[in-house]
Design a binder for this molecule. Structure first.
Ligand SMILES: C[S@@+](CC[C@H](N)C(=O)[O-])C[C@H]1O[C@@H](n2cnc3c(N)ncnc32)[C@H](O)[C@@H]1O
Ligand code: SF4
Length: 388
């Protein structure tokens, strides 16, 4: 079975932040006082103890420590976490190990200690370099702090650095958004994640929406931004992900290629191939206190099985985010289904100019990548979702 199983990654969720940003719907909580980091690391390792058999002989190809704001944790706690992981699962010798950091929640000495602990890729949540936009987003850092964080990461020896930036911000303009990208590019990170700000249900911005730029301005920003990134040598390899050659995020690529992953931590999600044509989704209890209590027991996990047309849709939701797409053979290997089961939907997407017309590859065309939700609607199992 091991040979036929997809590659395996590990996601670790650390759920605390200095404060909650008004646009954020991630499972993150304002750190009220001192973090219960020792109890939380114990809980993570109990959680992994309960999950590790699912590795089924596979080496872990990548670890992603996300949040929340993982860089709020002490460097000792992160070192104990990574040592504990290594003692429980086998890591690939070249495993990619990413840690998310916020400007303002780390300095060069701490970055160096994270690197010492085994972290080899830093993802820094910059969002914008403009102080007015950062204030509107409720961020705790300013533009100078954002630039300083990249400098600190580099002097700590990191050679794989991602910057998260957002566009379509309150009060945004073409000039403003592209100036953010220019500043990011000038700092020469190896990877840039460039997200459109979305108003997520349950967030403060959703309840009281700020004034956002109109659709035409957003389209102009996107076109100009993609050109800027391309001419600076960043290849777009996912809807929002741009990388210098050889610097794509292997962890995220494994999600989009429908690989398997263990998820440990409050609210973490995992995906495991259980049988031919069936996957299991595992979601951990979201509240950090409850998680610390229950981690490692069945009460901390909600399990869902996905098969049939739902599984095909999930595969397409991931694969079609990649401009280069995936081989048809991987649809068959990862879902256990014949491509014939979705052939009519692919044909329809091709006839609309949304997917490439190639026998061996499933991929969106540049025209299909932008209305991605409409393309995906073709693969929703209920016939009612299919547009005439
Ligand atoms: C889980 S967050 C973690 C990073 C880190 N906590 C931070 O905020 O700097 C990952 C990234 O998702 C993006 N993001 C979060 N909420 C978003 C939203 N509503 N719309 C678009 N992008 C969002 C931000 O760029 C953020 O850096
Ligand atoms: S710092 Fe990141 S994870 Fe925390 S609330 Fe803000 S966007 Fe969400």
């Amino acid at each position: 079975m091991t040979d036929s199983l997809p590659p395996l990654s590990l996601y670790v969720h650390l759920p605390w932040c200095v404060r909650k940003c008004p646009y954020c719907d991630f499972n993150s909580y304002r750190a009220e006082s001192e973090l219960p980091e020792s109890a939380y690391v114990d809980a993570l390792l109990r959680d992994l103890d309960a999950e590790r058999d699912a590795a089924n002989g596979r080496k872990v190809q990548s670890i992603y420590v996300g949040g929340g704001t993982p860089s709020l944790f002490s460097t000792d706690a992160v070192a104990r976490l990574l040592d504990g992981i290594r003692a429980r699962v086998e890591l690939a010798p070249d495993a990619e190990i990413t840690l998310e950091a916020n400007p303002g929640a780390a300095d060069a000495a701490r970055y160096a200690a994270f690197r010492e602990a085994g972290v080899n890729r830093l993802s820094i949540g910059v969002q914008s370099f403009r102080d007015a936009q950062l204030a509107a987003l409720g961020r705790v850092h300013d533009g100078r702090g954002a630039s300083a964080a990249i400098g600190a990461a580099r002097s700590a020896g990191f050679t794989h650095i991602n910057l998260d930036l957002m566009y379509g911000l309150p009060g945004d303009s073409l000039e403003g958004a592209t100036s953010d990208l220019r500043r990011a590019i000038a700092l020469e990170p190896t990877h840039i994640s460039w997200y459109q700000l979305t108003l997520e249900p349950g967030t403060a911005f959703h309840r009281r929406p700020p004034a956002l730029p109109d659709d035409d301005t957003v389209l102009e920003i996107e076109a100009a931004g993609r050109d800027l990134l391309a001419s600076a040598g960043y290849e777009r390899y996912e809807v929002s992900a741009y990388a210098k050659p050889g610097r794509r995020c292997r962890h995220n690529l494994n999600y989009w290629r429908f690989g398997d992953y263990l998820g440990i931590g409050a609210g973490a999600h995992g995906k495991l191939t259980r049988a031919h044509g069936e996957i299991e989704r595992r979601a951990k209890t979201r509240n950090p206190r409850t998680y610390i209590e229950l981690a490692g027991t069945p009460a901390a996990v909600r399990i869902e099985r996905v098969a049939g047309a739902d599984l095909a849709l999930e595969f397409m939701m991931n694969a079609l985010r990649l401009p280069q797409g995936v081989p048809v053979s991987s649809f068959e290997a990862r879902t256990g289904q014949s491509i014939a089961s979705i052939r009519d939907r692919i044909d329809e997407a091709v006839s609309r100019g949304w997917m490439v017309d190639e026998p061996d590859r499933l991929a969106t065309t540049p025209r299909g990548l932008e209305p991605l939700n409409e393309v995906l609607a073709l693969f929703v199992p209920e016939p009612v979702a299919r547009r005439a």
